[in-house]
Design a protein around this ligand. Structure first.
Ligand code: C5P
Length: 232
């Protein structure tokens, strides 16, 4: 399992997505398909991008009763994605059921990653809306430990949490980190950011990068820059 840069293809149509990927002649970046694109373009967009030779992280963040998640994961696994995810707050039985659903008859399966607390949730919101009174950092680590106990491969987390997740759950437990920006780039709505080089130093396994690549004047150059800074 190598370190890699995953491009968040947050587009609202198949046409825009494929036109974007067409720019990468001779390169097959790892692609993240999120809710917007999946709900707009359906499973067909997954098949099409996969057929073009890209690896796919399907970011649908499942959360439901264990049986429903298990059945849904079996469908996603059949789409031959490489990584998918769910909410750790769905509890350990839900995560275990998800793994069962994801595992193909030949024993292979996509990587399964848990979302801990969304980075849009802060301490105050968590206490007020969810009635969780523990420090958010402790909640994130507890969810990461639950994911590990359930047999998952890692978590989506802020790059600022990646080092601690590795120290609590071990170096092999994957950290997939959004919130990445170039030092000379726009931060946009992300609150806590790191550069690709910093994310590399603190041990992120995968960085998820959207707008710094998708809205760049030269997306291919921006992607290559991310790869140079993060992977090498
Ligand atoms: O454009 P940008 O680089 O901010 O995109 C980051 C991607 O990672 C988006 O698809 C966003 O939904 C996703 N993400 C995030 N923060 C999380 C979980 C997912 O930014 N905590």
């Amino acid at each position: 399992m190598g370190k890699d840069v995953i491009i968040a293809c947050d587009f609202d149509s198949k046409e825009k997505t494929l036109a974007f990927l067409d720019k990468f002649t001779g390169r097959k970046p790892y692609v993240k398909i999120g809710m917007e694109l999946f709900y707009a373009a359906g499973p067909e967009i997954v098949r099409e991008i996969k057929a073009r030779g890209h690896q796919i992280f399907l970011d649908l963040k499942l959360h439901d009763i264990p049986n429903t998640v298990k059945k849904a994961m079996a469908v996603l696994s059949g789409l031959d994605v490489d990584m998918c995810n769910l909410h750790a707050s769905g509890t350990v039985p839900m995560m275990k059921a998800a793994l069962e659903g994801l595992t193909r008859p030949d024993g292979t399966r996509p990587l399964l990653i848990a979302v801990t607390q969304l980075t849009s949730t802060d301490q105050e919101t968590m206490e007020r809306d969810l009635l969780i009174k523990e420090p958010i950092d402790r909640v994130v680590m507890h969810y990461a430990e639950n994911a590990k106990q359930a047999g998952l491969d890692g978590v989506v987390c802020s790059p600022l949490e990646a080092e601690k997740v590795h120290s609590v759950c071990g170096k092999e437990f994957l950290t997939v980190t959004p919130g990445v920006r170039f030092a000379d780039g726009d931060v946009g709505d992300q609150k806590r950011v790191m550069t690709p080089a910093e994310a590399n130093r603190i041990g992120s396994d995968y960085i998820v990068v959207g707008r710094p690549i998708t809205t760049a004047a030269d997306p291919v150059e921006a992607y290559e820059r991310c790869v140079r800074d993060f992977v090498s």
